[in-house]
Design a protein around this ligand. Structure first.
Ligand code: CBF
Length: 782
């Protein structure tokens, strides 16, 4: 970005002194942001010109979420000037880390699939591939979580600030999107203006700068329907890009979600086609659209609509183009996340789109009519069934490739969840195991470890992360051990400094840092973790010979605002935490910290400090997980079920360097099938579990019985679909094994090093290369 430190300092000071505002770190953040924007502008334009001149095939990644995290530090790192800027600012009396804290974290995502999308954009640009994101510029992003009396409270977050922000408003590309009205004519429609904001995605070494295009909804200049007041129209329009995942328990919320999905797809597709410099029939050779989960599955009927109504193609031609352009990634088998929309809602909101979906369904059913299929199979293959549109079926039928995100997940899709679709389209289905950006999760989050690695094996791993394998040579090297342990210690101390203000007693850096951070959800089983902690508490109090090695358990995660069970789990964690931490005997062995408002920046502080990575989802339920990969890359050992990408983590590093436990996916699925799981039987036979359940039902773990209602209902009355009590014994046993292993420090460090060495496979660069070669064919030129 700057030839030398002196040049940077001079430039920075000149800009800084021009500021009318107070010369604070916040102003320094704004100045740095402006400098960065100016600096990358030229390269950004150059990248776009290069793509246009070379006629490169372009990938557009459609996603309702992009959990990009803070960008200033990451961009400086990718431009290879982080250290120069840091030192320069240091000499001027400013601390870059402190300045970075002023960047609001764009809350444009909720969890895994949003973070995945952001990591993919980083890899695409870093691998110099033409791949761009298309999303929504939510004003509010995900809520800010506060903990009050142990309960989660939610506060809206507005992340958009005028200063230092990198995105550019493209008024010239704004377009109007119609809702309601009549099919085909858009008569009496209600129009919403879609305005793109382009955000640069800076690849490593800054050579390629791709674009994340985020759409904002604004009132259009067209007349509004006579049935609406201007006030209502403006409010409803702003709501489209106001919040991610609005509450959809009522029709009003469902309509809003549908509007968001269509708004994203329609604005993006129409712009891609409008800006094109090729003949429409070449579309599949010039453009690939990846639909990230079902939220953007409206891309299928919308592309059909544009091809039929605006480009004048006939159905067969339009269908051939659509199904050679769009591909779809499935991220879950959880029923609740498999979107199904009431037909009447789509028909009212998007009449022409509904006609097209009906026609896709009719033609698909006609094709199936020639086959001998059971009624069950025909149901599973229907796009429209019982007056509802099944978005996953629509996405599969309308795509040329469909993938799961880890080997086990893809197998479950093929053999169970989407068995019938897989039988119809065996060649469509493939696996692409997720990955993470090693630039953010190792180089940025843990520069100390990154330097140690480079000193030992050279810098080749930065561009070829699989070369982290070369670290295996140091797994038994005592002097490397010492440096590796020193880094871990340093990261633990840094974390303590970040969180000590929220902890009710001092955190011991010598304790094992056991970390469980992710969305709070039944299947992720934070409940199992906290019940185990309560059992440790009971044992320490009751058995004077039981004095386990000290452990600090960290939790972090948000519960969806309408998910009462998850909210009670947060309350339980905080109640048990308080109890454990205020007991002078127990707290010498067990300490619990709940990190408020878990987000990407907090993850960057927590993950490098971990010794143990808790990945304890009910087998078969976690499609992949990506936190598991981030921890491994930072030298934490996975204590986890044989689920999602844990399976491949165990394969890469060897089970002897991890702590697998619990029911296997096929056992879980068998229980689901035969319904023989009986939690009461476990309670009857296991006195320790009985005691903890009595404490739970007595309200001791939640400050009152009423606070544990949902948990009890799930565990007992609903016969717990997530098998917490069933796996609890095995979980306790594997914790004991882990404790034993930790006391052999040399062996532990060796295992931790092996985890880092085996983590290169999980770089998203590998995943992106696979998508690019096998799905998007990005090397294909016309
Ligand atoms: O594939 C990315 C992630 O997506 C989820 O978070 C999702 O949103 N469905 C899954 O739950 C994760 O397993 C997965 O890693």
């Amino acid at each position: 970005m700057f030839g030398s430190k002196e040049e940077f300092k001079e430039h920075f000071m000149r800009r800084f002194e021009q500021q009318t505002e107070e010369q604070s770190p916040q102003t320094a953040y704004a100045v740095l942001g402006d400098m960065l924007r100016e600096h990358i502008q030229e390269d950004w334009e150059r990248t776009n010109t290069r793509y246009a001149e070379h006629k490169d095939k372009q990938l557009y990644y459609f996603s309702i979420e992009f959990l990009i995290g803070r960008l200033l530090g990451q961009n400086l790192l990718n431009l290879a000037c982080y250290d120069l800027v840091k030192e320069g600012l240091d000499e001027l009396g400013y601390d870059l880390s402190e300045i970075e804290e002023f960047e609001p974290e764009p809350g444009l995502g909720n969890g895994g699939l949003g973070r995945l999308a952001a990591g993919f954009l980083d890899s695409l640009a870093s691998l110099q591939m033409p791949g761009h994101g298309c999303g929504i510029r939510y004003k509010g992003g995900l809520f800010t979580q506060h903990i009050k009396d142990g309960f989660q409270t939610e506060q809206p977050t507005d992340w958009i600030r005028e200063t230092g922000s990198l995105d550019v408003r493209r008024e010239d590309l704004a377009l109007d999107i119609p809702f309601f009205g009549q099919a085909g004519t858009a008569e009496n429609a209600e129009w919403v203006k879609a305005v793109p904001y382009d955000m640069p995605v800076v690849g490593a070494n800054g050579r390629t700068i791709n674009t994340l295009r985020l759409w904002q909804a604004e009132p259009s200049d067209r007349p509004i329907p006579s049935t609406k007041t201007m006030q209502i129209y403006e409010r409803e329009t702003a709501a489209i890009s106001d919040r991610l995942y609005p509450d959809d328990s009522l029709d009003e919320g469902k309509i809003l979600r549908l509007k968001q999905q269509y708004f994203l797809c329609s604005a993006s597709i129409r712009t891609i086609l409008k800006e094109r410099q090729f003949e429409i029939r070449e579309l599949p050779d010039r453009v690939a659209i990846q639909v990230n989960d079902t939220h953007p599955a409206m891309a299928v009927p919308e592309l059909m609509r544009v091809l039929l109504d605006e480009e004048g193609l006939d159905w067969d031609e339009a269908w051939a183009i659509t199904t050679r352009t769009i591909s779809y990634t499935n991220h879950t088998i959880l029923e609740e996340a498999m979107e199904k929309w009431d037909s009447y809602l789509i028909e009212t909101l998007l009449p022409r789109i509904y006609q097209i979906i009906e026609e896709i369904d009719r033609r698909f059913k006609a094709k199936l009519a020639t086959q001998q299929l059971s009624t069950h199979d025909r149901h599973k293959l229907s796009i429209i069934e019982n007056d509802r549109v099944k978005m996953a079926v629509l996405a599969v039928v309308g795509s040329y490739k469909v993938n799961g995100v880890a080997k086990l997940h893809t197998e479950i899709l093929k053999q169970r969840e989407m068995k019938e679709l897989h039988e119809q389209f065996p060649d469509k289905f493939h696996n692409k195991t997720n990955g993470i950006s090693h630039r953010r999760w190792l180089m940025k989050a843990n520069p100390e470890l990154a330097s140690l690695i480079t000193e030992s094996i050279g810098s080749g791993w930065v561009t070829e992360p699989e070369r982290l394998r070369e670290l295996d040579r140091f797994a038994k090297d005592q002097s490397f051990h010492a440096s590796f342990e020193a880094v871990k210690r340093q990261k633990k101390e840094q974390l303590i400094r970040h969180v000590e203000h929220i902890s009710d007693s001092p955190i011991d850096p010598d304790s094992i840092f056991d970390i469980h951070i992710k969305r709070i959800h039944g299947y992720k089983r934070q409940l199992m973790n906290i019940l185990h902690i309560q059992m440790l508490y009971d044992r320490i109090r009751q058995d004077s010979s039981f004095r386990p090695y000290p452990r600090t358990f960290f939790f972090g995660g948000k519960a969806a605002p309408t998910y009462d069970f998850a909210k009670q789990v947060i309350k339980t964690i905080n109640t048990v935490a308080h109890k454990v931490n205020s007991d002078p005997l127990v707290r010498q062995h067990v300490h619990v910290v709940f990190v408020e408002n878990y987000n990407v920046s907090k993850a960057e502080q927590l993950i490098p400090a971990a010794n143990v990575s808790e990945q304890i989802s009910t087998a078969s339920k976690e499609a992949s997980g990506t936190g598991n990969m981030k921890f491994m890359m930072n030298g934490a050992l996975t204590l986890g079920t044989v689920d999602g990408a844990n399976v491949e983590i165990f394969e890469q590093v060897g089970e002897e360097n991890a702590f697998p436990f619990g029911l296997l996916a096929e056992q879980v699925m068998q229980f689901e099938k035969d319904g023989t799981y009986d939690p009461q039987e476990i309670i009857r036979h296991d006195p320790e579990i009985r005691q903890v359940m009595a404490e739970l039902t007595g309200g001791q773990l939640t400050d009152g019985i009423e606070n544990s209602n949902y948990i009890i209902r799930q565990l007992i009355d609903r016969r717990d679909p997530f098998f917490v009590l069933k796996d609890l014994r095995s979980y306790m046993a594997v914790h004991d094994q882990m404790l034993m292993a930790y006391t052999e420090q040399t062996r532990w460090t060796e295992m931790a090093i092996k985890n880092v060495a085996a983590s290169g496979y999980f770089s998203s660069d590998r995943t992106i290369r696979q998508y690019a070669e096998e799905v998007w064919h990005l090397d294909r030129r016309s």
